[in-house]
Design a protein around this ligand. Sequence first.
Ligand code: ADP
Length: 199
Amino acid sequence: MRLIMMGPPGAGKGTQAKFVAEHFGIPAISTGDIFRANVSEGTPLGVEAKRYMDAGQLVPDEVTINMVSDRLSEGDSADGFLLDGFPRTVPQAEWLGGVLHEKNHDLDAVLLLEAPDEVLMERMLARGRADDTTEAISRRLALYHSETTPLLEHYANVLVAINGVGPVEEVQQRALAALNSKLGSSDTSEGDPEQSASA
Ligand code: ADP
């Protein structure tokens, strides 16, 4: 099972990613968490990433991709994974597509967690993480809309969207229901050229 969790900052990706990954018995790989761990350990990667994170900017693709590449080479993700917060840009998605293609692997689903900007802003200000200043949040939201939403089209055939507003347990149930129906409905036979939209 190979899944991607997408959604704007503050949508609750981390919470839902952990739940969904546990449910399917796959590792949840969160680029934000890995960056934060590096920041708190003061590694060279953490020192570099912090500058961008504090400013609400994306860490450069090359740095992020190298980190994810290292993480995916650990054995635990050989049979499946849930990526949380990656890919976030077209070059990151292209890189991931190449890696999957090389291994003859397919993505099973991309789960999109949606919430309006006002709700996202309110939630992030309430949690008060180091990069949750009003200015950094605004920049992250703007970057999400400009850099990340183009990926939704890229993943259109595996995409399933749910409403991220509501109690955590309710969103969890929505996530499972949406994924199960997507996984059940999608034709996973590989490379079938017969699948086409009706005229
Ligand atoms: P949020 O979704 O609330 O923005 P994350 O924990 O996913 O939080 O990410 C925190 C920060 O880490 C981002 O603002 C960005 O600076 C950096 N980051 C995380 N994932 C990526 C990525 N795929 N590409 C570039 N930067 C990233």
